[in-house]
Design a protein around this ligand. Structure first.
Ligand SMILES: NC(=O)c1ccc[n+]([C@@H]2O[C@H](COP(=O)([O-])OP(=O)(O)OC[C@H]3O[C@@H](n4cnc5c(N)ncnc54)[C@H](O)[C@@H]3O)[C@@H](O)[C@H]2O)c1
Length: 441
């Protein structure tokens, strides 16, 4: 018992005086801002990533994600406060290790936890008494205790005594300038009370509010619920948008007016489909696990189905808009504004723009795109280069299609100079130029 308390106390002390070394596995949208936040708080940090190009870029102080300025990264790297490496053995020097690797879907939309398993094995290989390990990747309830714990326990170490293990979901919203890492409360579920206590202490160094829950499975479920809540509500407003168009109503006006109700309504907005690494993926993590427990979920699967129909619905809208002006989709010159899955970021993973562009090209349209955050887009094995501002040539386009409402776009100009606009984000909603030629979702 004395040994256990001593182990926890020693780590606690190092966290408090910020001499504890942090290890972060996976330096992407989640891991890099976290590594930088701990580095800025005074902790020495070792960041590990398997992608050699990413490691090289980070070592050169170049940030690939919007939420981290290259300057602050370069300063930390130059001062040896953040060491970036491919070598996971270097984690042996760390006191606390946070795992932030991707959790994609497999071929049959089943959870693909190979990255978590690889990270867990890398940690197991260097695990020693006193280590605190936290999983942050979004995953199904049970992963921490069913996938990580047995691998660590096989080293002959006891959880909560020799080492400490927790799950704490990441909730950052890349590109969101209103809520930074510090302001977003962090949910923590430890395998044992000691695990939870140490993990809460660690995060409280960089985050204002830490929310304890009874264990990792709850914390894992919390994250899935948050994203499924979004998926379901987005599906609801997407369907509302389809109905409003049929009824000749503006769904945007309806939602904004409804949102004035001071209680009981949270506004969500329709769009061309769901994208990114979370909303399209996470419901499958839960439905897979629920199925194993003998329950076939329906509601969230249905929501996902509606959301996935949106790209095709947008293609239909484009075809109809052209037809009404006596033009055909085949051969039409279409400029797409924005291909990232949401405003302010350059992330095109699962972006509905990919599917929409593919369909438009398949149907014979001449498609160009502009996105200030995405210089080149890989589409069907080909590279499409973003047109430059001066080559926008709005008046000569048959149709301008707004898919991402990046703040950098000049929507007044888009409405003023374009002959026909399909706006899937209501980005032109506030322009002063009359908009009879703008069709909104
Ligand atoms: N992007 C978001 O907005 C967001 C928000 C909250 C939670 N999440 C979750 O966080 C997790 C990470 O997402 P992300 O967006 O940061 O992914 P990402 O792809 O941006 O970054 C993951 C990084 O991990 C690296 N990696 C993969 N396997 C590795 C391994 N075995 N060892 C070391 N490095 C490895 C990859 O090379 C990549 O650089 C996912 O589970 C995701 O669902 C993402």
């Amino acid at each position: 018992m004395a040994g256990m308390d001593g182990m926890a106390e020693a780590l606690e002390q190092r966290v408090k005086d910020r001499s504890a070394r942090l290890g972060v596995i996976g330096l992407g949208y989640v891991g890099l801002p976290l590594a930088v936040a701990f580095g800025k708080a005074g902790f020495p940090v070792t960041g590990v990533d398997v992608d050699p190009k990413r490691v090289e870029r980070l070592q050169a102080g170049e940030s690939p994600v919007e939420d981290v300025e290259s300057d602050e990264l370069a300063t930390l790297v130059a001062a040896d406060r953040l060491t970036v490496t491919r070598n996971s053995k270097m984690l042996a020097e760390a006191d606390a290790i946070i795992i932030c690797v991707p959790t994609p879907l497999g071929k049959h939309k089943e959870p693909d936890i190979t990255h978590i398993v690889a990270a867990a094995e890398a940690v197991a290989a260097i695990l020693r008494p006193g280590h605190l390990v936290v999983l942050e990747s979004t995953t199904y309830p049970g992963t921490t205790q069913e996938v990580l714990l047995p691998r660590f326990a096989a080293r002959g170490l006891r959880v909560g005594e020799d080492f400490f293990l927790s799950f704490s979901p990441e909730r950052i919203d890349p590109g969101n300038k209103k809520f930074d890492l510090r302001m977003i409360p962090k949910v923590v579920g430890g395998v044992t009370p000691a695990c939870g206590r140490l993990t809460r202490l660690l995060y409280s160094q960089i985050i204002d509010q830490v929310v304890p829950v009874s264990g990792p499975r709850v914390a894992e479920m919390v994250k899935l619920f948050e994203n499924i809540f979004r998926s379901v509500n987005i599906a609801l407003v997407n369907e509302l948008a389809i109905m409003c168009r049929r009824l000749g109503l503006s769904v945007w006006e309806v939602i904004d007016a409804a949102a004035t109700k001071p209680f009981g309504l949270l506004p969500f907005y329709p769009g061309p489909g769901i994208g990114g690494h979370c909303i399209p993926v996470d419901p499958y993590y839960l439905s897979w696990k629920a199925r194993l427990a003998g329950y076939e979920p329906r509601f969230m699967n249905f929501a996902d189905e509606i959301n996935r129909q949106m790209p095709l619905y947008v293609v239909q809208m484009v075809g109809e808009a052209l037809e009404q002006r006596g033009k055909m989709l085949r051969g039409a010159d279409i400029l797409v504004l924005g291909v990232a899955y949401k405003a302010g970021v350059g992330d095109t993973r699962e972006s509905p723009a990919l599917e929409i562009l593919e369909h438009l090209i398949d149907k014979g349209a001449q498609v160009a795109f502009i996105d200030p955050h995405v210089p080149v887009l890989a589409l069907n094995g080909k590279s499409l280069v973003s047109v430059r501002g001066e080559a926008l040539d709005l008046p000569s386009r048959d149709l301008v299609l707004i898919l991402t409402d990046h703040p950098e776009f000049d929507y007044e100009r888009v409405v003023r100079e374009s002959a026909l606009v399909v706006d899937t984000r209501n980005a032109t909603g506030r322009v002063s130029t009359p908009r009879p030629h703008v069709i909104t979702l």
